[in-house]
Design a protein around this ligand. Structure first.
Ligand code: CA
Length: 519
């Protein structure tokens, strides 16, 4: 980073021939940067300036990687934006070398970091104590919401240790082709969500009665198996059950069945748990050119700390990893994991091709306004949140985590779908980086929102939890911000601090990933 007379111009790697303007109002034409480069245009915040003359067809380099080829001669001091660049080919998945042990970085363990969590009988640890009510079909979503409202009014005050009651509504279950191979993704997602540590094994399922997806099937994988027949009875109920009379009768029966679960949940108490019990899902949304300079590097630093403390970190978003996967395969712990990572990329290439989409569908218009010219630049900034740890495992969409360490959980980049799949994988903390700004939040797991630039973090002072933009202005180092985020994760996981979206009650819907046909 160079900072002279209030001009902040950020270059990441030695070989980069472009740098990012970090001043919140951008820099005007005529400004002299790096002592001898005169800006030939006004360049907005987050956008790139050429540091050298770049000839037609020559490489445009950021993060030490080729992010594009000049489609016209670009002069030093010129604004380098999408229309002046050609998109490079994606890495060839068949020619990326598999890892060898020499390339893996060894992380020194750290000890003594703890949080106050709710320990479950399956060993997992919750960071909230929530009664989850799931459904086997969208038809009963309204009933689930109605029951939640009733419980909040009538029952919740009687169970002070229960934080919340939440309807796990979704759009699956009706008109689905349940036997096609791809149906496994939404079905295992719903099953695994019921085992999320924040629900303490006490999830209730509401069915309609004519859907293809049997409500009982959603609890098959529930770690806290119900041997008690009372509980079994109260785990699942059908709206079409002929013993119910009228809507009020259905609601009354539903509410009654939740009491046994509320009683169990109310027994839960926070206890001291090692940071090794953290399962943190990392995600970014509404990214900008700072995401890869500030918030994602800070998240990556915190991810390394969590892994060093023995915990688990997931990163996801296949389309934002695809163009940088050649940098990740060497970090996998063995060729099997390396191959699994490449297989997820291949699956997604195929999925996009079937839908006649290609990788240029990402980034969004907002990303581009924030300075990200194309998916290659976005991906190089996105993967930084994985830190430097070895990648120990790869999960398919909706699969459950079963290892400690850094894990790639394959998901679409869509914020809600990624969050839903990370919830199914078992995250008990969520960290969400944003540059353009999004009010993203989930009610099931605390979501810490990290702003990539101070302009946004200041304007959205009550929506953003941590301003990583201080890295760009030089007020904080990546290391300091990484530690700050790590401590914030521990405090939020302990219930000592409330995140912005929970304070405001801003929560998004769950959105399943269903790549299969609908009938
Ligand atoms: Ca996202």
């Amino acid at each position: 980073m160079t900072k002279s007379t209030n001009h902040i111009v950020i270059k990441i790697a030695e070989t980069d021939n472009v740098a990012v303007i970090a001043n919140s109002e951008g820099l005007p034409e005529g400004t002299i940067i790096n002592d001898d480069i005169r800006l030939l245009q006004n360049i907005p915040m987050g956008h790139k300036v050429a540091l050298l003359n770049i000839g037609l067809g020559e490489k445009i380099i950021r993060y030490g990687q080729v992010i594009g080829f000049a489609n016209r001669p670009i002069k030093a001091g010129e604004w380098v934006e999408e229309s002046k660049m050609l998109l490079p080919e994606p890495p060839d998945l068949n020619s990326i070398p598999m890892p060898d042990n020499k390339t893996l970085s060894e992380l020194k363990p750290i000890e003594g970091y703890t949080f106050l969590g709710y320990r479950n009988s399956d060993g997992s640890v919750g960071t909230k104590n929530i009664l989850g009510i799931t459904t086997s079909v969208q038809c009963v979503a309204g009933l689930a919401q109605y029951i939640v409202k009733k419980i909040k009014q009538k029952l919740l005050p009687k169970y002070p240790n229960v934080d919340d009651v939440v309807a796990l509504n979704h759009s699956y279950g009706c008109g689905i082709a349940i036997n096609v191979p791809s149906a496994i993704i939404p079905i295992r997602t719903l099953q695994n969500i019921t085992t999320n540590p924040n629900f303490g094994g006490e999830v209730l399922v509401i069915g309609l009665g004519c859907e293809k997806l049997p409500p009982e099937s959603l609890l098959l994988q529930n770690g806290n198996s119900k041997t008690n027949s009372d509980k079994k009875f109260s785990n699942v109920f059908y709206m079409q059950d002929e013993s119910f009379y009228g809507f009020s009768g259905i609601v009354e029966a539903g509410v009654k069945r939740t009491e046994i679960h509320l009683k169990e949940l109310n027994k839960r108490k926070r206890e001291i748990c090692p940071a090794a019990d953290l399962v943190v899902g990392m995600q970014c949304g509404g990214s900008d050119a700072f995401s890869g300079i500030t918030s994602n590097p800070a998240a990556g630093y915190a991810a390394d700390l969590i892994v060093k403390a023995g915990g688990s970190v997931m990163f996801s978003e296949v389309t934002e990893v695809r163009d940088a996967v050649h940098l990740l395969v060497p970090r996998t712990i063995n060729p099997e994991v390396g191959k699994a990572l490449l297989d997820e990329m291949k699956w997604y290439d195929n999925y996009l091709e079937q839908g006649q989409a290609d990788r240029s569908a990402n980034p969004t218009p907002g990303n581009k306004l924030g300075g990200l010219s194309n998916i290659v630049e976005k991906a190089l900034g996105s993967i930084v949140k994985s830190g430097t740890s070895p990648i120990v495992d790869v999960l398919g969409p909706g699969e459950k985590i079963h290892r400690k360490g850094l894990i790639f959980a394959a998901t679409p980049a869509s914020d809600f779908i990624c969050g839903t799949l990370q919830l199914a994988a078992g995250m008990n903390m969520h960290v969400f980086m944003t540059g353009r700004g999004t009010p993203y939040g989930l009610s099931m797991v605390p979501v810490i929102k990290v702003g990539s630039n101070s302009k946004l973090s200041k304007r959205w002072f009550d929506l953003i939890d941590l301003d990583a933009g201080k890295i760009a202005t030089g007020e904080k180092s990546i290391e300091e911000m990484g530690w700050e985020l790590f401590h914030l994760i521990l405090d939020v996981a302990s219930g000592k601090k409330e995140v912005a979206c929970d304070k405001l009650g801003l929560h998004n819907d769950l959105v399943l990933f269903n790549p299969g046909p609908v009938t």
